[in-house]
Write a new protein. Structure first.
Length: 327
């Protein structure tokens, strides 16, 4: 089972080592056939062996939900914790007080003291999130529905919801930024350069990352100012890797569920200190899974898969960042 779970996770990540992707899928399929005892299972075989089948599927799903969120932006700025029930759900934010140095005669101890705070701790509130999917069992038996992809739809729904929550939580923090760290209007390089310098100055010279969707980052790719090497890089990847020495980080665009409306704004750039992980994502406890897959339990002979998991998303900044919103 452990080997099949690992293979299922590797297939999901497209990181299969010992096979091609197609061969890996074939190995997985043959393993399920071996468990069921036939390559043409009816509801009796499935009913008899469904525990073994679903132990594999639900373990793969539990491991791959957050893997679906693993983008460069997620890796750079999200701190993720997978907690058992009862574990300490506590984050520590370091104090960022900057000491000032005063002129002094050098012959007395009457120096004004500056107190260093000890930082702060907080917890991330978690809540139950759920999704359920169903389909006609006869279509599954006829081979018209791929069951593991059917179940994977649940994982995709969780990934979409968590990514949306991360984006909303992060954007809400912009309301608390000082005016010097925000700009709205037509794109101007001098204005962006000023925001970058403010972020660096406020974060003790930290390296800066400029993040945005591909459309937003395209504002920084004026072809007439690029070298031949940069033009080649732009042609191959669609993006430059840096702007004036600051790394560029694309945020993957997505659609809002069941629409063609973009989920992430294409009209803004975020200027972020590279050493910050302000977004906290917590998964708490084991997921709860309910499946009906034998075509008998439901009156309409449908099969279904229900998944409940406890997640929390919060954003806490003890570092200043910047935003440039294009009008």
């Amino acid at each position: 089972m452990n080997e099949l779970v690992k293979l299922g996770v590797d297939l999901y990540k497209k990181q299969v080592q010992d096979y091609s992707q197609a061969q890996g899928n074939d190995v997985m399929r043959k393993a399920f056939i071996e468990i069921l005892g036939t390559d043409k299972p009816d509801y009796r075989q499935f009913r008899k062996h469904k525990v073994e089948v679903f132990e594999i599927i639900e373990e793969v799903l539990a491991q791959t939900i957050t893997d679906g969120m693993a983008t460069p932006f997620f890796d750079q700025f999200v701190e993720y914790r997978d907690l058992d029930l009862g574990d300490s759900n506590e984050f520590y934010v370091e104090d960022r007080t900057m000491l000032t140095v005063a002129r002094h005669s050098g012959n007395h101890w009457n120096i004004r003291r500056q107190k260093l705070n000890i930082g702060d701790t907080f917890t991330v509130q978690t809540e139950a999130m759920s999704a359920a999917v169903y389909a006609d069992f006869k279509r599954f038996l006829a081979g018209r529905i791929d069951w593991d992809q059917f179940v994977a739809k649940v994982g995709q729904a969780f990934v979409q919801e968590l990514n949306d929550r991360i984006h909303v939580e992060f954007m809400n923090t912009i309301n608390y930024l000082p005016a010097e760290f925000k700009e709205t209007g037509s794109f101007n390089e001098d204005s962006l350069r000023a925001i970058v310098e403010h972020v660096q100055a406020a974060n003790q010279g930290s390296q800066v990352v400029i993040a945005g969707t591909k459309s937003a980052l395209a504002k920084l790719s004026k072809v007439e100012t690029l070298s031949d090497g940069m033009k080649d890089q732009l042609n191959r990847s669609g993006l430059l890797q840096a702007w004036e020495g600051n790394a560029l980080l694309p945020i993957p665009q997505s659609h809002k569920p069941n629409t063609f409306e973009f989920a992430i704004d294409n009209d803004r750039l975020l200027v972020l200190p590279a050493n910050a992980k302000p977004i906290k994502v917590v998964k708490e406890g084991m997921p709860l899974v309910k499946e009906v897959s034998d075509g008998l339990a439901n009156q309409d002979m449908s099969m279904e898969y229900k998944f409940i998991a406890q997640y929390g998303v919060a954003t806490v900044f003890n570092l200043l960042f910047g935003q440039y919103k294009f009008s």
